[in-house]
Design a protein around this ligand. Structure first.
Ligand code: MG
Length: 418
């Protein structure tokens, strides 16, 4: 039996949440922007009225105010947006237990098993739109198809552009609806890939879809090198509306409560510089495991103990961060400040770091002060190199100091040399 899968997207999410909270701005152009006091702040979301004045996401406030001087500028409240997003997840979960968070304002829902209870796919989409509007004041658009990549493209290319905000794109109608669109409109194709494709003579999604896969792989290899085969396959499948991946609900609710890592040192450490190196290694390991499992945590704990079990010294303390994270730099900053606040200067023999208050990292925070997505990608890349070549393949320079334990430990399995 064919599946029925939806991608539901919230329109101008942050701005819509703010407009619901401030009815006085209902008819005004509103943006949510980092650092509203500065013209260099970045527009995170523009409401449809602001967009009709030409205001765009990711431009500076200065540019936006140039186009629309009467713009209402609101400081982001990320915690609130995540709470609203999770409230919306609950609405989807009242229709199906197969809900997958794709981003803070987009989620996949597999309603195959729900049709017999709630009506046709379009009827379910309408019920979802009404429930979300009543509960949060946010307008949502729903793409419907047989798999995720088509549901996503049904939403982005069609449901977002019609007045009902719902579009059904069956696999059998891909050639009619999807193929005439410019290649830049295909899911996963950004500016750089668009240029590659145009130079390869691929102008529409159909141009790509109709090239035999083996030939398309050759063409992409010629432009981008041998390692492009997997990418070629994904692009080709996307153009043809093929996607075997299931809607997989987040696993964190049923699963793990903490990710922690501890280390017994070869000798007592008393210098704070030496201890910090180990704390950084532990933070790195905890974050790497969190990222591998798709978690972020909000509570950071640090423990330190002395060697003398008869006269126990040490402490174990925790702190809650403003935002969930799995970024080493952020966790280590918290670990370090906790340690310095509570360490009494006694020699340390055992150290531990843990991350709790776990949630799926599919919903992550946009930091307004630095490109968090870039850091995330960088850390994912280092992780994949470590997973492939062993964790000593990339080490922070400080681990090369005498107190660094990571390099030596990575040569051991379970404390024994390989
Ligand atoms: Mg959206």
């Amino acid at each position: 039996m064919k599946k029925v899968i939806m991608l539901a997207d919230c329109q101008s999410f942050y701005a819509s949440v703010e407009k619901a909270a401030h009815p006085e701005y209902a008819d005004q152009p509103v943006v949510v922007a980092g650092d509203p006091a500065r013209r260099s702040g970045i527009v995170l979301t523009a409401c449809p009225i602001a967009k009709s004045h030409g205001v765009k996401t990711a431009e500076t406030l200065g540019e936006a105010l140039g186009k629309c001087p009467e713009l209402v500028v609101i400081r982001p409240r990320m915690r609130t947006y995540i709470d609203v997003s999770l409230m919306i997840t609950k609405i989807y979960e009242s229709f199906s237990d197969l809900v997958e968070i794709f981003s803070v304002d987009e989620q996949f829902i597999d309603v195959t098993g729900s049709l017999k209870y709630f009506g046709s796919a379009e009827e379910i989409a309408n019920q979802i739109q009404t429930k979300i509007m009543l509960a949060t004041g946010v307008w949502s658009r729903v793409g419907i198809s047989e798999n995720k990549v088509l549901a996503k493209q049904a939403c982005d290319n069609f449901a977002k552009k019609n007045s009902e905000g719902v579009f059904v794109l069956p696999q059998a109608e891909v050639s009619r609806h999807l193929w005439p669109l410019p290649i830049s409109q295909m899911f996963g194709v950004g500016g750089r890939m668009t240029n590659h494709f145009l130079r390869m003579g691929i102008h529409t999604i159909g141009d790509l879809a109709k090239i035999p896969l083996a030939k398309f792989k050759q063409m992409l290899r010629a432009r981008m090198g041998k390692q492009s085969d997997i990418q070629a396959e994904l692009f080709w499948q996307t153009a043809n509306g093929i996607d075997p991946s299931p809607v997989s609900p987040g696993t964190f609710s049923s699963g793990q409560k903490a990710i922690g890592h501890g280390m017994t040192l070869p000798v007592d450490y008393s210098r704070k510089e030496d201890i910090e190196v180990v704390l950084l290694e532990l933070s790195e390991e905890v974050c790497r495991r969190s990222r591998a499992k798709g978690y972020m945590g909000r509570v950071v704990s640090v423990g330190a103990n002395g060697a003398d079990y008869d006269r126990p010294t040490g402490f174990s303390r925790q702190m809650t961060l403003p935002d969930s994270t799995n970024i080493t730099k952020e966790v280590y900053a918290a670990v370090r400040s906790l340690f310095h606040r509570h360490w009494d200067g006694q020699p340390v023999r055992r150290l531990g770091v843990a991350l709790t208050g776990l949630a799926s990292d599919s919903i992550y925070q946009l930091s307004l002060f630095e490109d968090r997505e870039k850091i995330r990608r960088l850390e994912q890349t280092t992780d994949s190199i470590k997973n492939r070549y062993g964790s000593s393949a990339i080490l922070r320079a400080s681990s090369l100091m005498a107190s660094g334990q990571a390099r030596e430990r990575s040569a051991k399995i379970g404390g024994h040399y390989k």
